[in-house]
Design a protein around this ligand. Structure first.
Ligand code: URA
Length: 281
């Protein structure tokens, strides 16, 4: 009982650092782990001490190269992206790019999963913990949800879909990426769309929709519509649609009704475009 104020203070401190964008996963795991009971004899003589200690998170790998200032970074990204003539070359360019500050705290670069040049290109926001660990987009809980959604309309990562994000490194503590971080990745995102030439571009969630379409409307206004992605210099506009993010559906399962409507729209559009899909229930 007498430790309760100390625990409350520690909890408040963890919440404060998480809100400030610091990755607190390791510290929270230690905090919530059950403290092993101290041996009785030792406990009698030992001076009173705190029942738990918050350890600093395990050190992250050091960035391999010095990070660049923001303005240079966007120009470097543009030059690297323009120089890549295949998706494989673009993947290598992103891997070698040191202009996004998030690279310093991430374990892995998360570029894509699925089939290069697939007829459907899906873009999400940013890698989370699981993606950072495995170096692939959408492999955690929201990835499992995404796979189920795709399977419902005969799509999958093995044959018909390429999945990527608008940010290639995990923001610490899953905070929102800054404008600078987003802008430094954008040239690669735009080049991926150009090189993929998908029959249909699917943007999941607000961040991907607003970043790629350069619009400020919320997802609820953009979803459920046949849109066109275009920008200066692009050979031809790309069919595009916005869907609710799978992570949002996990938090708000009552919205699955809208997601289902979006999937039906995607299915009908793919049918119209003659995109081959697997048989599905
Ligand atoms: N959410 C995203 O937007 N992208 C991922 O890769 C994982 C979760």
């Amino acid at each position: 009982m007498e430790n309760a104020p100390t625990q409350d203070a520690a909890r408040a401190l963890l919440a404060f650092w998480r809100a400030a964008g610091v990755d607190m996963d390791d510290a929270e795991a230690i905090f919530s782990a059950k403290a092993a009971p101290a041996p009785r004899a030792a406990a009698q003589n030992a001076p009173a001490r705190e029942p738990f200690q918050i350890q600093p998170p395990a050190p992250r790998p050091k960035p391999k190269a010095k990070l660049q200032p923001a303005d240079d970074a966007v120009n470097t990204a543009k030059a690297l992206a323009a120089g890549a003539t295949t998706i494989a070359a673009l993947r290598a360019a992103v891997d070698n790019f040191n202009g996004c500050a998030l690279k310093a705290t991430a374990r892995n670069t998360v570029f894509s999963d699925g089939v290069d040049g697939a007829p459907v290109l899906i873009l999400g926001e940013a890698p989370g913990k699981d993606e950072d660990e495995r170096g692939k987009p959408f492999v955690g809980r929201s990835g499992q949800m995404l796979d189920k959604m795709l399977a419902a309309i005969g799509l999958d990562r093995q044959s018909s879909v390429l999945i990527s994000n608008t940010i290639y490194w995990r923001p610490p503590g899953n905070r929102d990426p800054t404008d600078g971080e987003t802008l430094s990745c954008l040239p690669f995102v735009e080049r991926l769309i150009e090189l993929s030439q998908p029959k249909l571009l699917i943007l999941t969630g607000k961040a991907a929709a607003q970043t790629v379409l350069k619009r400020e409307d919320g997802v609820m206004r953009l979803r459920g519509r046949k849109l066109q992605y275009t920008r200066e210099g692009i050979t031809a506009p790309v069919n595009a649609m916005v869907m609710l993010h799978p992570a949002y559906l996990l938090r708000q399962p009552q919205q699955k009704r809208l997601a289902w409507a979006d999937l039906l729209l995607a299915e009908a559009w793919l049918e119209e475009l003659g995109v081959a899909r697997k048989a599905h229930p």
